[in-house]
Design a protein around this ligand. Structure first.
Ligand SMILES: Nc1ncnc2c1ncn2[C@@H]1O[C@H](COP(=O)(O)OP(=O)(O)OP(=O)(O)O)[C@@H](O)[C@H]1O
Length: 521
């Protein structure tokens, strides 16, 4: 398959806001993709290189040779060229990378050059591509969209399902079952401004503590335990104490969903940074575990003794959870009846809300982040922000993407300090909303300097532009008008709360969400 139609479709999908048009563009592309192309086409459309980081900065990209007059590059050839680039190392590697990059660009037409440069710099990034691609795959293969979606959730990979579906046809979808040992994309929550709004959206529900730890999916198959993160990375070796606990539970095979968190002697949460760096540390796990032990706290169960529980209601799943996991390892919760069941309605204050608000206050007093209100009658929506889960956090924060960082002065000389913060647009590009260096501790400054150097594209001696991949959680006091920023607004008193390495840029907040939250507040 030639690169030219892929570059064209990528541009056209970004340019149109009509979902049906996006689907038919992608379906047309998938129809022409051969089995060897699919493993490359899907990541390229999402703006990702299968090789990961290949260390090309702007120097290698600037002053490209004149574009080729005819499209001859194949997707396979480009993939090989990127593999060759990723393998370059040692002395003279910068010059060699530039030579290989320029050679590749010289073989590309104008449109292909723009696509390749965007791919390398992280600018080609389609927002919400997965959902559209699922429908396009259904259209191309003749499978039902729901069946493709479920297979993607269970496989945890659009690419894997696409490869098999396009090669083998719709029947292959039956093979994507929930399998203990293979992670599933976790269900995510929607947000509400307060408990009353959350409860108002749901019928009978559970109000659960929202713990500020790291999401984990714990699988046990007989004697084997595996632990996965929200992004489906296997972190089993980093959490020996959680492995031990999972091994002591009575069930033989299960998949549990929950959070791991570092607690102090009184059972209060230690700082998120302590939990995060403990879960992130791969070296000398035994010492790290002794210094900062983490506890698992489970809130859902997806499979038990060979039975897939995803389609059961939350009430039924919770019963199964309670039968397997003893209380201190289950999240604290209260159950609130539906509007017709326990009073409420009418003009007077809804007692359902009062009880939930008291639970929230108590949860905050215990040092936790907020609550997640969950409908009792809904199935587990793997990989989606399901309407059945609504989170309420009193401190509103945004997850933004670092677009660039400025070299610090004085005490911060030699460190990348002031961060340029971007919100996502639906088309996958980013809008800068402001800058901040507030809230950064010395440790964070040190860490971000190293991390941002890895992502650097260009350094003009003052500002380092980076691949837009690092997600940072920002607290702020509202928005204010500003003609200096492209959305016409900027953040007031933005300060860094923490880095969210567990999130991808595609999970960051969109500029529309930011503006909508502001207009409500
Ligand atoms: N009782 C709970 N039920 C569900 N999720 C919980 C619970 N306690 C803590 N969490 C955490 O809260 C998250 C739910 O919010 P959401 O799905 O929006 O994820 P998020 O974007 O990581 O949110 P946040 O940044 O608010 O933690 C889960 O991913 C999980 O890590």
């Amino acid at each position: 398959m030639l690169l030219a139609p892929l570059a064209r479709v990528s541009r056209e999908v970004a340019e149109t806001s009509a979902r049906s048009r996006k689907i038919s563009l992608l379906a047309g592309l998938f129809r022409t993709a051969g089995p060897l192309d699919v493993p490359v086409v899907i990541p390229y459309l999402a703006g990702r290189l299968p090789q990961g980081r290949i260390g090309i900065g702007w120097n290698a990209l600037k002053d490209p040779p004149p574009p080729a007059g005819r499209a001859t590059l194949t997707v396979h050839h480009v993939d090989e060229a990127f593999s060759a680039l990723a393998a370059v190392s040692g002395p003279g590697s910068q010059a060699e990378r530039r030579r290989l990059t320029q050679e590749l660009l010289g073989a590309a037409t104008g449109e292909e050059q723009r696509f390749l440069v965007g791919l390398i710099s992280g600018e080609v990034r389609q927002g919400a591509l997965d959902a559209v691609a699922v429908e396009a795959l259904a259209e191309t293969s003749g499978a039902a969209a729901g069946a493709v979606r479920r297979a993607v959730m269970l496989a945890g990979s659009l690419q894997h399902v696409a490869e098999r579906l396009l090669a083998e046809g719709p029947r292959v979808l039956e093979e994507f079952l929930l399998t203990v040992g293979r992670p599933v994309l976790p269900m995510l929550a929607q947000s509400a401004a307060d408990v009353a709004e959350a409860i108002g959206r749901l019928g009978a529900c559970a109000v659960e503590e929202k713990l500020d730890g790291i999401r984990v999916q714990v699988h046990r198959d007989g004697g084997t335990v595996r632990i996965f993160t929200r992004t489906l990375d296997d972190i089993t070796d980093r959490l020996p104490e959680v492995v031990d606990i999972a091994a002591t539970l009575e069930g033989d095979g299960f998949v549990l969903d929950g959070e791991v968190i570092a607690l102090d002697d009184e059972g209060r949460p230690r700082s998120f940074q302590e939990t995060a760096s403990r879960v992130g540390s791969r070296t000398d796990v035994a010492t790290a575990a002794a210094a900062v032990p983490v506890s698992p706290v489970f809130f859902d169960i997806l499979s038990l003794d060979g039975e897939d529980l995803l389609d059961l209601t939350f009430a039924e799943r919770h019963e199964a959870l309670a039968g397997l996991v003893p209380e201190p390892m289950r999240v604290r919760r209260i159950v609130v009846p539906g509007p017709g069941e326990g009073g409420g309605g009418g003009e007077e204050a809804d007692p359902r809300v009062g009880e939930a608000e008291a639970f929230l206050s108590d949860t905050l007093a215990r040092g936790h982040e907020g609550v997640v209100v969950k409908a009792l009658d809904t199935p587990y929506s793997a990989g989606r922000r399901g309407a059945g889960w609504v989170k309420v956090k009193p401190v509103h924060t945004l997850d933004l993407v670092v677009l660039a960082a400025e070299w610090g002065h004085g005490r911060r000389t030699g460190k990348l300090s002031n961060l340029h913060l971007g919100a996502r647009r639906e088309d996958g590009s980013f809008v800068m909303l402001g800058k901040t260096f507030k809230g950064l501790t010395d440790t964070m400054l040190e860490w971000q300097t190293g991390r941002l150097r890895e992502l650097a594209l260009h350094d003009d001696g003052f500002t380092v532009t980076v691949r837009p991949e690092l997600v940072v959680e920002i607290a702020y006091d509202g928005l204010q008008r500003s003609s200096r920023y492209p959305a016409g607004v900027t953040l007031r008193f933005a300060r860094v709360v923490r880095f969210r390495e567990d999130k991808r840029a595609a999970d960051a907040d969109t500029v529309d969400t930011v503006l909508a939250a502001h207009s409500q507040g």
